[in-house]
Ligand binder design. Structure first.
Ligand SMILES: *[C@@H]1O[C@H](CO)[C@@H](O)[C@H](O)[C@H]1NC(C)=O
Ligand SMILES: *[C@@H]1O[C@H](CO)[C@@H](O)[C@H](O)[C@H]1NC(C)=O
Ligand SMILES: *[C@@H]1O[C@H](CO)[C@@H](O)[C@H](O)[C@H]1NC(C)=O
Ligand SMILES: *[C@@H]1O[C@H](CO)[C@@H](O)[C@H](O)[C@H]1NC(C)=O
Ligand SMILES: *[C@@H]1O[C@H](CO)[C@@H](O)[C@H](O)[C@H]1NC(C)=O
Length: 551
């Protein structure tokens, strides 16, 4: 009897502790994901549209908004979207990657429910299934400040999203076939800006003379770092992946895959048209995307290629630019959780994980790995297997160690790559890149302090070079060839979180892992229950739902 009441009580409580806080405003969206013909390069190709749009619609939200987004998958394949950089506190159920969510079957719908918290800034969403991202389905996501939280700059006249990325004319299925057969994607064909190529002659943006505009620049591409610049117009950096920065002015910015910057640009030059340019970095052949900005009193067709800003050469320039990024410690806007962790330089490190990326061509098939393991997604999402208590039937924890093998194996171990992490530990992660190519790493569910990028190999004494005062708290970090990057963070967000290469080929072929952060209490204070609306698949499909977390 008593037990029945207790169970009933738990069920009521878990229903009350839903994914969203009822008192905060709601934003509702219905998205129809379909195929459609797009011709960004003048050649018709099969694109992925959201409500008929390529790129997809912008989500314009304000801190504490509850987002309820119903996605109808009208493709012929399972589909998922991830909200890159949105932290989903206690709520990895909404992260939209195959380790946490069953994909939405074709012809059905699924509703994401999540709340955007105090991470004022510019973000993107994109598909995580198959190679869908190569066909579209991506878009911008803004988190604005509530009126009561001032941001460290005056309200701009307008606010523009600039999605830059490399692009292939080949279909996403052809690209997937390359990877599935163990080949590389090869070189992209162009760089697009908001889905348009350089031969698009109409202005994408307009500016009133004398006014200041905010541009949110994100790299939504598959592999190439891009240098972004605007003819004759320096950019004042104000925000990076959810942190307000010291407001330095830049002639150009290197934006690595998955990264976002917000800059202010003032229309204080001759009233005409200007080019904005995004060109590939560290590639033999440079691909350049261009788009036109017109002053409202500027003459049509007045953009010229004269004085088009030159791109920097080599990666030392890029590293110096990284070193110039500083967090604005006095900006009164929101700080990453937990409140107070901005004194990160004083927190003792309890664990160091060193990650080395590697590539293998065993049996003629390309694979990428981390510390000897190349991740594969099991049919049952890792988080669901763990929640239902059947993890041992789906994956093994900790196949990799915190220290990579001395010699990377010729043949990678193909398996789900999951490491566990003690709740609330303060951890150092080192990304050591022994290869000649640039890497870009993202951790979902968190913001981390990007304390160092240096050439060479990491060793404990390199900690002396860390920025322990005002490193920017962000979600994606690049690692230059034969270099390392160090990040620090507190694993205080319970859930199953994806640490991945943002280079699509690398990620698709195994360069990712999941971090399981379990709260020992199984408490709703630390993590939400599996939502009632969650899709079920694999071995948990017909299992009885476990008892919900308690308060
Ligand atoms: C989505 O778009 C397709 C193609 O235009 C249409 O057939 C379908 O009815 C739409 N579905 C929804 C839910 O709007
Ligand atoms: C975005 O939302 C903010 C806050 O509600 C609003 O002031 C702004 O006009 C919106 N922008 C767009 C482009 O809808
Ligand atoms: C699918 O869409 C319908 C109609 O909008 C909605 O009532 C239902 O809750 C959605 N289902 C899921 C699983 O999100
Ligand atoms: C940091 O933010 C403060 C408070 O909004 C602002 O006054 C200051 O100019 C900013 N500092 C820098 C260096 O950008
Ligand atoms: C992590 O996994 C190891 C080995 O499976 C286990 O002994 C340890 O207790 C786990 N730690 C946490 C924090 O879950």
């Amino acid at each position: 009897m008593g037990r029945v009441i207790l169970v009933a009580l738990l069920v009521c409580l878990s229903a009350a502790a839903t994914q969203v806080r009822a008192e905060d405003p709601y934003l509702f969206f219905t998205w129809n994901v379909t195929y459609g013909t797009i011709s960004p390069l003048g050649v018709p190709q099969k694109g992925i549209l959201i409500n008929g749009q390529f790129p997809g619609p912008n989500i314009n939200s304000t801190t504490n908004n509850n987002i309820v987004l119903n996605v109808f998958n009208n493709l012929d394949e399972p589909f998922l979207l991830t909200w890159m950089g949105i932290q989903h506190r206690k709520n990895s159920w909404q992260d939209g990657v195959l380790g946490t969510n069953c994909p939405i079957p074709p012809g059905t719908n699924f509703t994401y429910h999540f709340q955007v918290k105090d991470q004022i800034g510019s973000y993107i969403y994109y598909p995580t299934t198959a190679m869908h991202r190569a066909a579209g389905g991506f878009g911008g996501l803004r988190v604005n400040s509530r009126l009561l939280i001032p941001v460290p700059y005056a309200d701009p006249e307008d606010d523009y999203t600039v999605l830059i990325g490399d692009w292939y004319v080949k279909s996403h299925t052809a690209l997937k076939n390359f990877l599935d057969s163990g080949r590389s994607l090869g070189r992209p064909d162009a760089v697009l800006i908001n889905g348009k190529s350089a031969n698009y002659k109409r202005p994408l943006f307009t500016m009133k003379p004398g006014k200041t505009y905010k541009y949110r620049i994100c790299n939504v591409g598959l592999k190439d770092s891009l240098n972004f610049r605007i003819q004759d117009h320096p950019m004042k950096l104000v925000e990076m992946e959810g942190s307000h920065t010291v407001q330095n002015t830049y002639e150009s910015l290197d934006v690595h895959v998955g990264q976002c910057f917000s800059v202010l640009v003032t229309a204080d030059k001759a009233p005409k048209e200007y080019y904005m340019v995004a060109s590939t970095r560290f590639t033999k052949t440079v691909l350049t995307g261009k788009a036109i900005i017109r002053y409202t009193n500027g003459r049509r067709g007045s953009a010229t290629l004269k004085n088009l800003p030159e791109a920097p050469v080599g990666w030392a320039w890029s590293l110096n630019q990284f070193r110039s990024f500083r967090w604005n410690l006095t900006a009164s806007a929101a700080r990453p959780n937990p409140q107070g962790s901005y004194h990160y330089g004083k927190i003792p490190i309890t664990r160091t994980i060193k990650i080395v990326n590697s590539v293998s061509r065993a049996n003629g098939k390309l694979r990428y790995g981390i510390n000897g393991v190349s991740h594969v997604n099991p049919v049952t999402p890792l988080k669901l297997a763990e929640y239902y208590g059947v993890a041992n039937k789906v994956f093994k924890y900790n196949l990799i160690r915190d220290v990579p093998p001395k010699k990377q194996p010729v043949e990678l171990n193909l398996a789900p790559n999951v490491v566990n992490q003690t709740f609330r530990n303060f951890v150092e992660i080192i990304f050591e890149n022994h290869e000649k190519s640039l890497q870009s790493w993202h951790l979902s569910g968190y913001s981390f302090f990007a304390v160092s990028i240096e050439p060479g190999r990491w060793s404990p004494e390199k900690r002396r070079n860390y920025n322990l005062l005002d490193a920017v708290s962000r979600h994606t970090i690049q690692v230059y060839p034969k270099s390392y990057a160090a990040i620090l963070l507190t694993f205080d967000n319970a859930g199953m979180w994806n640490l991945r290469s943002e280079l699509t080929e690398n990620r698709y072929l195994g360069q990712q892992l999941y971090v399981s952060v379990l709260s020992p209490a199984r408490s709703l204070r630390d993590e939400y229950n599996l939502p009632d609306s969650a899709l079920l698949c694999g071995i948990v499909k017909d299992l009885t739902k476990p008892l919900p977390y308690s308060i």
